[in-house]
Design a protein around this ligand. Structure first.
Ligand SMILES: NC(=O)c1ccc[n+]([C@@H]2O[C@H](COP(=O)([O-])OP(=O)(O)OC[C@H]3O[C@@H](n4cnc5c(N)ncnc54)[C@H](O)[C@@H]3O)[C@@H](O)[C@H]2O)c1
Length: 250
């Protein structure tokens, strides 16, 4: 499905990013595993290589322009081009009222979740334009579409912003053979929420929020992103695709 495509995945050292990186490799792509954590990122790239694919680890913080620029340059130097990207890196803030949120909390969430995606596209798009075009999927969330996640106002704001930015980018590059979409998962068990979901009461409550009465899986998100990046989705751009067990249909 992604044969010989060169794909950049941010936040690929764990969770959904890691699962997606492995899935892309399984679909034939050469994968740039971009992450801040060296040993975890290298482990993902090594796993891809051991499975017969091509993976390379590149250390970068998506909130830092100089590091994002250098990551994209490094991919082009290594593989000769960049075709696809999954801009997945993200964080949330401590749960609490927006009146208790600190400026540092707000800035961190916005810097990584929203500015990080803009910076990533700022350097990915010229690289894609210099070959034959490309495809991008940006990580948003159900909280990019609704604000039912009480006590995470910065996260909700950043994820709504990602959908706006995705639409703007899709329109700007629609006639230049670059498709840009967002993916909006509901609650997915990952290392990022492992601690909270290890409490059986929280897990039962989380399931009860979803009409399918279960949480989604990292594979279900990775599969959707893989399809969106593939030629099978060649006429889809500027969309926010929910992977949420009907959560936002409520
Ligand atoms: N798990 C869920 O329920 C869920 C639902 C919707 C959206 N999301 C989003 O999916 C993405 C992946 O989350 P996850 O649940 O797999 O969590 P995770 O914590 O396992 O993964 C997040 C990844 O992003 C990386 N990262 C964080 N800040 C970074 C930075 N500045 N530069 C580079 N990498 C950075 C982390 O190191 C980690 O590898 C996040 O953007 C998250 O907001 C998660």
């Amino acid at each position: 499905m992604l044969d010989n495509k060169v794909v950049m995945v941010t936040g690929a050292s764990s969770g959904i990013g890691r699962t997606a990186a492995l899935r892309f490799a399984d679909c034939g792509a050469k994968v740039a595993v971009v992450a801040r954590r060296q040993s975890e990122g290298e482990a993902v790239a090594n796993q891809i290589n051991q499975l017969g694919g091509t993976g390379v680890f590149i250390k970068a913080d998506v909130a830092k322009e100089v590091e994002v620029k250098s990551a994209v340059e490094c991919i082009v130097e290594k593989f000769g081009r960049l075709d696809l990207a999954f801009n997945n890196a993200g964080v949330s803030e401590p749960i609490g009222s927006l009146t208790e949120l600190t400026e540092a909390n707000w800035n961190r969430v916005m810097d990584i979740n929203l500015k990080g995606i803009w910076l990533s596209m700022k350097y990915q798009i010229p690289a894609m334009l210099s070959s034959t075009g490309g495809g991008i999927v940006n990580m948003s969330s159900i909280y990019g579409q609704v604000a039912t996640g009480m006590g995470v106002s910065a996260y909700v704001s950043s994820n709504h912003g990602v959908i706006g930015l995705t639409k703007a980018a899709a329109l700007e590059y629609a006639d230049k053979n670059i498709r840009v979409n967002a993916v909006c998962p509901a609650w997915i068990p990952t290392p990022g929420n492992e601690e909270a979901l290890s409490n059986p009461d929280v897990m039962e409550y989380a399931k009860s929020l979803h009409p399918m009465r279960r949480l989604g899986t990292q594979n279900e998100v990775a599969e959707t992103v893989c399809w969106l990046l593939s030629e099978s989705a060649s006429y889809i751009s500027g969309q926010a695709i929910s992977v949420d067990g009907a959560y936002t249909a409520q």
